[in-house]
Design a protein around this ligand. Structure first.
Ligand SMILES: Nc1ncnc2c1ncn2[C@@H]1O[C@H](COP(=O)(O)OP(=O)(O)OP(=O)(O)O)[C@@H](O)[C@H]1O
Ligand SMILES: [Mg+2]
Length: 468
């Protein structure tokens, strides 16, 4: 277990071996002082409006034995700064550092290097979280496996996850998100992945990176960081991902829908809300497979998870069992709604690729199909075309459409322009408006897809119409 001595060594750089008090164990690492408790480490991170270091005394009052801060709190019994020395360690201690986030990352990197855990990094524009979840589910059929919770995939979430690794942890499957070039390289520097999965490169977050080539460059940082005895697991159906093979020292393993991939799938059938069926082809063998994930697009998620597991030596039996793990379905969740209707809740995020994938699933389901589609954010120059493309798929699938937000309006107007009748298209500004209209419309047997970017908070619509 992480100790006080480890924290001082990793963040201050002072050797603490044999120092009285250095073996004191740390039971948890928190960045929110409200979650502090006995024997925890509190890290005061600078936020947009608040500085976490201001809450160090609260954390100490709750039992924190160490705080990493930018200035010493009154409640610390001992203050450590760079190159400080002392005859013993007297908690609660304050470690005063110039950059508390950097210190948290350095602590995670230090701890990771003391663990024998094998790290699998997962990145890509779309499908990181579901791929991370399914890969962890499959690997956990044989190994003690850790994963980052939910979407904790950034410069804070990943280090916090690594600090949960114990000597018993055999695998850590870590989603790696980014806002800018260099961020995935930094996450890889901390986590030292041996396996790297790249799901796809899409014009998601185009607004931030400007061009799709720069998005590809940012995603390729994971495979560039892999060691020569590592494995780069690449989606062979995506030419920008396939091209990353030239950028890695590691062995390359491709997955996809064509025989020129090391692992490929054919005969993909959606079983609606029961998941998907497909045939896997590997080294001349063909195996029937099923996955609990919804929608034919999920075959790529299943392929990525199976590809990692195959390279890590799991059996087909373990892989098949893992692919049927429903807990990996963190997106596109079927939720019973009022009056015997069903909601497809896909409100966590949205891009043209994932929205069209969700509409494709909706198209397979029986019942009156309604779509509630909100803004897709950060598409940059592709914003207009992205929303119109979604509209053109929606009119092929649904009998009624509600759009939410000013970019959602583009979808509604395009649907009308493509001939959808005005009584079946409603363009609104807020989730509240959508809830009001849906409450009037919903009938038994309806299937309602609700989807939009995180910033739209369309989960409020699901909450309001969920069957109680
Ligand atoms: N291969 C795919 N093709 C199309 N849509 C996909 C694919 N994989 C997942 N999706 C859909 O994309 C959406 C996002 O999935 P997920 O949250 O796993 O992505 P992410 O990359 O983790 O996103 P974020 O950048 O927000 O962390 C979900 O609606 C999911 O159903
Ligand atoms: Mg994610």
């Amino acid at each position: 277990m992480l100790t006080l001595g480890d924290i001082i060594q990793a963040t201050i750089g002072t050797e603490t071996k044999g120092l009285p008090g250095s073996e004191r164990p740390i039971r948890d690492v928190v960045i929110d002082s409200r979650q502090a408790g006995p024997d925890c480490l509190f890290v005061g991170l600078k936020g947009a409006s608040v500085d976490g270091s201001d809450f160090a005394d609260d954390a100490i009052a709750k039992g924190a034995v160490a705080v990493i801060v930018s200035r010493a709190p009154a409640g610390a019994a001992q203050v450590w700064t760079r190159d400080a020395a002392a005859a013993s360690i007297t908690p609660p201690i304050a470690l005063v550092v110039p950059d508390t986030l950097w210190a948290l990352q350095e602590l995670a990197a230090y701890w990771r290097r003391r663990m024998t855990v094998r790290v699998v990094g997962v990145t890509g524009s779309v499908g990181k979280t579901v791929t991370k979840e399914l890969t962890a589910s499959v690997l956990s059929r044989r190994y003690v496996t850790l994963r980052n919770e939910g979407n904790l995939n950034n410069e804070i979430g990943l280090p916090l996850t690594l600090l949960k690794v114990t000597p018993k942890t055999e695998y850590a499957v870590l989603e790696m998100g980014m806002y800018a070039l260099g961020e995935i390289a930094r996450l890889a520097e901390i986590a030292l992945p041996s396996v790297g999965v790249v799901t796809n490169v899409e014009p998601v977050h185009l607004e931030r990176l400007g061009t799709i080539e720069r998005i590809a460059q940012a995603k390729s940082e994971l495979v560039q960081a892999l060691p020569a005895d590592g494995v780069a697991v690449l989606n062979g159906d995506d030419p920008r991902v396939r091209a990353m093979a030239a950028l890695t020292k590691a062995r390359v393993f491709t997955y996809g829908l064509t025989p020129d991939c090391d692992l490929y799938a054919t005969d993909i059938e959606s079983q609606g809300l029961e998941g998907i069926r497909f045939r896997l082809h590997y080294r001349g063998e063909a195996i029937h497979a099923r996955a609990a994930l919804l929608g034919t697009h999920s075959v790529h998620t299943a392929l990525a998870a199976a590809a990692v597991a195959l390279n890590e030596g799991l059996s087909w039996q373990e892989i098949m069992a893992g692919l049927m793990d429903v807990s990996a379905q963190l997106r596109l969740i079927a939720t019973p709604a009022i009056r015997g209707a069903l909601i497809l809740d896909d409100t966590y995020n949205a891009s043209p690729k994932s929205t069209i994938a969700a509409l494709n699933l909706l198209a397979e389901l029986k019942g009156r199909r309604i779509a509630v589609l909100g803004d897709m954010l950060e598409l940059g120059a592709l914003e207009d075309e992205g929303h119109r493309k979604v509209a053109r798929r929606a009119i092929e699938v649904v009998s009624r459409l509600i759009t939410v937000g000013k970019r959602g309006r583009i979808i509604g107007e395009e649907a009308l322009a493509c001939g959808m009748s005005p009584e079946n298209v409603v363009i609104v500004d807020t989730n509240q408006d959508a809830i009001r209209i849906l409450s009037e419309w919903i009938q038994e047997g309806d299937i309602i897809l609700v989807k939009g970017s995180r910033g739209m908070h369309m989960e409020d619509i699901v909450k309001a119409l969920r069957a109680s």
